[in-house]
Design a protein around this ligand. Structure first.
Ligand code: COA
Length: 262
C-alpha cells in the first residue's frame, strides 16, 4: 500500500489515508487501496471493527484529487464515479462497524467517504462540506444521496448548492456526525471507546442492524418484512442463546469465543 497505512490495534483495524501534503486527497490509487484494506479487514476474523482516518492534523480527506481528474473525458469521469460508488458501497454494506474519525477537513469525496461509514466522530475544528459546485461539478461518490440520508433534504440541498462547509458543532446538531471529541488528541481514543461498546454486543445482530438500517435509508419497502424474517432467524443463532441466557443468569454475555464468561 502506497497511500494508506493499515494497522492492527487489538481487534480494531486502523486505515489511515496517508497523503498529508495533499490534505489526503483521494486519488484513484488511494481509493483502490482503501477498498482493498476494507476487504482485508472484513475477511480477517481477528478484526472486529475498523477506524478510517487521515494522517496529519489538518484533513481527513479534502476531496477527490482535482489535479488527477482535471483533464478527464466524460467517460473517464463516469468510470471514476462508478468505481467510487462501488468502493463507498463496500464500506456502507460492510458487516463489521466502520467508523470515520474525522481529524480535520472532510470535503467532497472525503465527506462522501465519511458518510459511507456507519459512524462518524469529528474533532472540534473539523469542517465538512460538498464544495463540488465551486468546480461546476456535483459529488460523484454518492454524496447527493447519502447527505440527504444523514441530514435531510433541506440541509443537504443547502450544503450541496452553496458548497459551503459546516463546522463540527453544526454537523453534530444536524446528525452528520455522531460525536465531537473533547480534543483533537482524544479523537482516536473516544472513537475506540464507542466501537468497544458496540463490540461487546452480539456481532451478528450488529451486522443486521447495519444491513436493515440501510434498507430504510434506501426507502426499500421490504425493510419491515426483512426485519421480521431476521428477528426470527436470530433465534436459531448461538449468539442469541448466549445473550438471552446471560441476561437471565445475571452475567455479562460473552459473544465471541475469546471472551471470558463473567
Ligand atoms: N485535490 C488535489 N489536491 C488538493 C486537494 C484536492 N481536493 N485539496 C488540497 N490539495 C492540495 C493543494 O493543492 C496543496 O498542494 P500543493 O502544496 O502541492 O499546492 C495542498 O493540498 C495543501 O492545500 P492548500 O489549498 O494549500 O491548503 P489550505 O489550508 O490553504 O486550504 C482547503 C485547505 C481544504 C480549503 C483547500 O485545499 C481546498 O479548497 N481544497 C479543495 C477542496 C475541494 O474542492 N474538494 C472537492 C474536490 S471534488
Amino acid at each position: 500500500m502506497q497511500n494508506i497505512r493499515y494497522e492492527h490495534h487489538g481487534s480494531l483495524a486502523h486505515i489511515t489515508i496517508n497523503r498529508p501534503d495533499k490534505l489526503n486527497a483521494l486519488n484513484r490509487r488511494t481509493l483502490l487501496e482503501i477498498e482493498e484494506a476494507v476487504a482485508m479487514a472484513m475477511s480477517d476474523a481477528a478484526v472486529h471493527s475498523v477506524i478510517l482516518t487521515g494522517s496529519g492534523d489538518k484533513a481527513f480527506a479534502a476531496g477527490a484529487d482535482v489535479a488527477e481528474f482535471a483533464h478527464f473525458t466524460a467517460n473517464e469521469a463516469r468510470d471514476l464515479s462508478a468505481a467510487g460508488h462501488r468502493i463507498m458501497d463496500s464500506i456502507a454494506t460492510a458487516p463489521k462497524p466502520v467508523l470515520a474519525a474525522i481529524n480535520g477537513f472532510a470535503l467532497g469525496g472525503g465527506l462522501e467517504l465519511a458518510m459511507a461509514c456507519h459512524l462518524r466522530v469529528a474533532v472540534p475544528a473539523a469542517r465538512l462540506g460538498q464544495p463540488e459546485v465551486n468546480l461546476g461539478l456535483i459529488p460523484g461518490y454518492g454524496g447527493t444521496q447519502r447527505l440527504v440520508e444523514w441530514v435531510g433534504r433541506a440541509r443537504a440541498l443547502e450544503m450541496l448548492m452553496s458548497g459551503d462547509p459546516i463546522d463540527a458543532a453544526t454537523a453534530l446538531q444536524w446528525g452528520l456526525v455522531n460525536r465531537i471529541s473533547a480534543t483533537p488528541e482524544s479523537l482516536l481514543e473516544e472513537s475506540t471507546a464507542l466501537l468497544n461498546r458496540i463490540l461487546q454486543r452480539g456481532p451478528i445482530a450488529v451486522s443486521h442492524c447495519i444491513r436493515l438500517s440501510a434498507l430504510a435509508a434506501q426507502g426499500d419497502p421490504d425493510g419491515y418484512l426483512q426485519e421480521i424474517e431476521t428477528f426470527g432467524s436470530l433465534f436459531q443463532q448461538p449468539e442469541s442463546r448466549e445473550g438471552i441466557g446471560a441476561f437471565l443468569e445475571k452475567r455479562k454475555a460473552a459473544f465471541r469465543s475469546s471472551e471470558p464468561r463473567s
